[in-house]
Ligand binder design. Structure first.
Ligand SMILES: Cc1ncc(CN)c(N)n1
Length: 235
């Protein structure tokens, strides 16, 4: 008997990681942003770690453009690359400026072990896997942040004007950011339409892994988990 695909693949992905994404939303770091109570020092730490994360993450869009098989998809990856380097990273740059952190300092932040493990995982899949694998790796980053942004906005919008992190919440709950996530969701569904279960399982595993990395990233930020043995650079 012919099998009929009744749900979109991304519905299945979402169902599968819902418990992890719920933990991400309820994480005390995220709730501290929502309430505006997160210590400024921790947010500065976030800005630096996330900035170097985003530099590596942006490269996935460039690899996506290279692996695309149509001009339309190439164009959209170039939009994602542009929006991340400009719109998203501008949020970081402008917070950093108001905190007295220079762009140079942001760029030179040393990624923590979790940060490095997360970006290396995605870049390894992007270089060695299919376009669908690449998208399954980067999708939680865009989609889960959008979910977090929307929920923080809806839970805390009454106190937003006095929240020092309001621009962060506004950026990640915005329609502009949402449109990028939605396009990636649609692409994931197109790339997986009528694909065999064996291929879908691989994608599901990448999606779970990077969703778990999202959780580890919040944990790493909260605990400021640096490298254990500090070394001095010889000048
Ligand atoms: C770690 C992480 N994950 C996701 C995003 C949203 N692009 C981000 N800025 N940082």
């Amino acid at each position: 008997m012919e099998s009929i695909q009744t749900e979109r693949f991304t519905d299945r992905l979402y169902r599968n990681v819902e418990p992890i994404w719920s933990k991400n939303f309820h994480h005390s770091f995220v709730q501290g942003i929502g309430r505006g109570t997160l210590e400024r020092e921790l947010f500065s730490y976030y800005l630096k770690q996330d900035y170097v994360y985003l530099i590596e993450y942006s490269k996935l869009f460039a690899i996506g453009a290279q692996k695309a098989t149509s001009i339309e998809v190439m164009k959209q990856f170039s939009v994602l690359l542009h929006e991340t380097l400009h719109f998203e990273m501008d949020v970081h740059r402008s917070y950093a400026k108001s905190f007295g952190i220079s762009e140079e300092e942001l760029e030179q932040s040393e990624p923590t072990p979790i940060n490095l493990a997360y970006t290396n995982y995605m870049l390894n899949v992007a270089h060695n896997g299919t376009l669908a694998e690449l998208v399954s790796c980067l999708l939680p980053c865009a989609w889960d942040y959008w979910e977090i942004g929307k929920k923080l906005y809806s839970n805390y919008h009454n106190e937003l004007e006095t929240n020092p992190y309001k621009n962060w919440i506004k950026a990640y709950s915005s329609d502009e950011f949402g449109a990028l996530a939605k396009w990636l969701i649609q692409l994931m569904d197109e790339l997986t339409f009528e694909k065999p279960e064996r291929e879908l399982t691989i994608l599901e595993n990448h999606f779970q892994t990077t969703s778990r990395f999202e959780f580890l990233f919040w944990e790493m930020l909260l605990n400021q988990e640096e490298w254990p043995l500090q070394v001095q650079n010889m000048v």
